[in-house]
Each structure stands twice: as structure tokens, then as C-alpha cells.
Design a protein around this ligand. Structure first.
Ligand code: HMG
Ligand code: MG
Length: 296
């Protein structure tokens, strides 16, 4: 039961650029977003309204959104951890935000300076002030945590369900450090289904550290998941998660979807050109196999 159409949730400008040691100029970020939109992507996670002390790479969020000609047919979600971030997102005219939670205690401390329980107080306040906005939820460390090791599936489902019950419309399951394999993906999705959360409420967010992201995506598609997070050229990582490398590359995903006859609306050639252009700006080649094969 593969979906006939997949929504690609492009996270390169956020997940990708948050992890660059160099600060990318705001004009380059703007052009990146414009190029991605021109390549047909309809959801572009643009930036984060987080503490600039924690993620200096995205400290220009206001400037970026002010200068960006937002297209009416494209959504530009932003990450928001707390009410401070929510206020900034509302002032910037954002309609789509995402909270980001941890499935483990250690990462809740390291990424949010909070805790597995305590993070919910922060998110409840965000949801209380977010009437009229679409709020997505991320859950990190779903398939393993670099400090805690394996993460119990029951714990993942409990935290994930609670995020949906707060009022989030979608839950994106994050393999933050890229350790998942297909059997584990089936196990987690099966546990959510058993707990009453079907694939229509879920998205998948695979990092490609161990080269499993594409295989894991197929497992999720077979389960009926039809929103897949990816980053152009495979940019990405998380500055607060050891051993996190880039996301599933959007080009690799598009190649897969084309082969399966699944609609996605993206112009692969324009996307590859964009990633080659971005790689030149960053001074190193894209890790995406498809980019390398097609850019020749
Ligand atoms: P904290 O230090 O406990 O916050 O951090 P605080 O409330 O004590 O505030 C400290 C300072 O930050 C204060 O400034 C606040 O005003 C300011 P000061 O008085 O010292 O000058 N501040 C803010 N400024 C701007 N915007 C804000 C904001 N909040 C506080 N929103 C906090 C707590 C949550 C803020 C911090 O931990 C944080 O910003 N964390 C974000 C970390 C992050 O962005 N990680 C990457 C995204 S998650 C990810 O990549 C995973 C994902 O891709 C899925 C996956 O792969 O699994 C989504
Ligand atoms: Mg991520």
C-alpha cells in the first residue's frame, strides 16, 4: 500500500544550515529558499526561532523572513521551542511552526536545557499561544540516543502521543543520529498504530549517518506514511547530538519516488543544480549519491 503522492518536507535551510560551522550569509539563505521553491518544493522549513546563543547559525531568522518573497503556494515552517520563539514567529508572519521534543531525558537536557517531563510545560505554553497556527511536532532520538543507547518503543509512543494530544497536527519521527534500520522502523510505526496513531498523522525524519535513510523511507512508505523530511544535497545534522550527520538527501528521495512512480512535484535537475550551487558556497561537495551521479 504505497502512497500515490508524497509530500517532501524540505529541511535543508533549517536542519542543514543549523549545523554548518561557517555562518552562511542571509542573501545566500534567501537564494537557497528561492531556488528550492523554483524546483517545485512546496514545504520549506526556513529557519528556527531558538536562542541565538544556542544556534548562532540561525540568529538571522528575522532578517531572513523579512527579506524573503514568500510564495503563496509554498509553506515556510519554522522551529519554535518556547513562547519567546513563538512571539518571534508570529511577528515574522509565520503560519506554520514546529515544536521539537526529545524522546529521551539526556537529549531533552542537552538540546532544550529541559527534561523529558519538563519539556511539556514549555510546549503547552507554546500551544496555548498558537491559536490559528499549524503546529507540527518533532520527536528526536526515536531510534536511539548517543548517550542513553537504545530507546524503549513504549517511551517513544508515550511521548509522541502526548505531543499529538497537545494539538499538533503531525508528528515527525526523528532518527536524529541515523542509526535506525528497517525492522526498527516497522516496529515503531506498528507500535504507534496499535496505540491509535495511524500513518496519516506521522512523518519520518531520517538522518543518513549509517546509509540507511533511503531503506528506512521505503519501510515507512509501505506503512502508509506520506510525508518525508529530507534536505537538499543531504545537508544537515544537529549541533547538540553527537554523531548526527546530514538528513536523507532530497535528491536521493526524489530518485526513489520516481522509480516507484510516486508523485512529488519536484524538478530533479533544478534541485541538483541548487545543491551543487550550495556545495560551492559551503566549500565542500554534497554527500548525496544522486547529486554526485547527476552532477557528473
Ligand atoms: P535556556 O538557556 O534554558 O533558555 O535555553 P533561557 O530561557 O534561560 O534563556 C537564555 C537566553 O536565551 C535568554 O537571553 C533568553 O532571552 C534567550 P539572555 O537573557 O541571556 O540575553 N532566549 C531566546 N532568544 C531568542 N529566541 C528564543 C529564546 N529563548 C530564550 N526562542 C532554549 C532553552 C530552549 C531557548 C535553548 O535550549 C534553545 O534555543 N535550544 C534550541 C536547540 C536547537 O535549536 N537544536 C536544533 C534543533 S532540534 C533538531 O535539530 C532535531 C530535529 O531535526 C529532529 C531530529 O533530527 O531528531 C528537529
Ligand atoms: Mg534533524
Amino acid at each position: 500500500n504505497l502512497p500515490s503522492r508524497v509530500t517532501i518536507w524540505e529541511v535543508g535551510p533549517r536542519d542543514g544550515l543549523q549545523n554548518e560551522s561557517a555562518i552562511v550569509p542571509v542573501e545566500v539563505k534567501t537564494e537557497f529558499l528561492d531556488r528550492l521553491a523554483a524546483a517545485g518544493l512546496k514545504v520549506l522549513e526556513a529557519t528556527s526561532f531558538v536562542s541565538p546563543k544556542w544556534v548562532p547559525q540561525l540568529a538571522d531568522a528575522e532578517d531572513l523572513l523579512k527579506g524573503l518573497a514568500r510564495r503563496p503556494d509554498v509553506r515556510y515552517p519554522v522551529l519554535v521551542p518556547n513562547t519567546r520563539g513563538l512571539g518571534r514567529a508570529i511577528d515574522a508572519g509565520c503560519a506554520d511552526i514546529a515544536i521539537f521534543a526529545s524522546a529521551t531525558e539526556t537529549f531533552a537536557r542537552r538540546n532544550l536545557n529541559s527534561g523529558l517531563e519538563a519539556q511539556f510545560a514549555m510546549f503547552e505554553q507554546v500551544l496555548a499561544g498558537a491559536a490559528g497556527l499549524n503546529v507540527r511536532a518533532y520527536l528526536s532520538m526515536v531510534f536511539g540516543d548517543p548517550w542513553e543507547g537504545p530507546v524503549p518503543v513504549e517511551q517513544v509512543v508515550r511521548v509522541g502521543k502526548r505531543l499529538l494530544e497537545l494539538g499538533c497536527w503531525q508528528l515527525s519521527l526523528g532518527d536524529t543520529i541515523g542509526v535506525a534500520t528497517t525492522g526498527h522502523v516497522e516496529q515503531v510505526l506498528g507500535a504507534f498504530l496499535e496505540a491509535g496513531v495511524g500513518p496519516e498523522r506521522l512523518a519520518v525524519h531520517f538522518h543518513d549517518t549509517y546509509g540507511q535513510a533511503l531503506a528506512n523511507t521505503v519501510a515507512a512508505l509501505r506503512f502508509g506514511v506520506s510525508t518525508v523530511d529530507a534536505s537538499a544535497g543531504g545537508l544537515g545534522g544537529c549541533p547538540y547530538a553527537e554523531s548526527a550527520t546530514g538528513n536523507l538527501a532530497t535528491e536521493d528521495l526524489v530518485w526513489l519516488l520516481d522509480g516507484l512512480g510516486i508523485e512529488h512535484g519536484v524538478d530533479l535537475e533544478a534541485l541538483v543544480e541548487t545543491s551543487v550551487w550550495m556545495a560551492a558556497k559551503l566549500g565542500r561537495p554534497s554527500p548525496s549519491r544522486v547529486v554526485r551521479a547527476l552532477a557528473g
